[in-house]
Unconditional design. Structure first.
Length: 103
């Protein structure tokens, strides 16, 4: 409830696993597009990589020594800059760009 109340979309671990499994099954059929990430700061790329691995804001904050609120801000800015409509779409982008490899 806190996640939704904070304005975040809740992406359950089972949905994240399915998205990642689908990406793994696709292999390297799509060309990588790392230039797409050029709009992000280095910190936003770090956060995006963790989003791509299925981490929530609390886990990202813990991993990168920042508050969950700061992690949420970086996630929101990355979503805006990359024109992702939701967190589920944001999970896919680091895989499409080669920032995170499936597996």
């Amino acid at each position: 409830m806190h996640t939704v109340a904070d304005g975040d979309a809740l992406l359950s671990p089972s949905v994240t696993r399915r998205v990642l499994a689908d990406l793994r099954s696709r292999g390297d059929r799509r060309p990588k597009d790392p230039e797409r990430l050029g709009v992000l700061t280095a910190r936003e790329r770090e956060v995006l990589a963790l989003v791509g691995r299925g981490h929530n804001n609390t886990e990202i904050g813990s991993e990168l020594f920042m508050s969950p609120a700061t992690a949420k801000t970086h996630v929101s800015r990355a979503m805006t800059k990359l024109h992702a409509r939701d967190r589920a779409q944001l999970v896919v982008i680091p895989h499409e760009t080669g920032l995170v490899e499936p597996g």
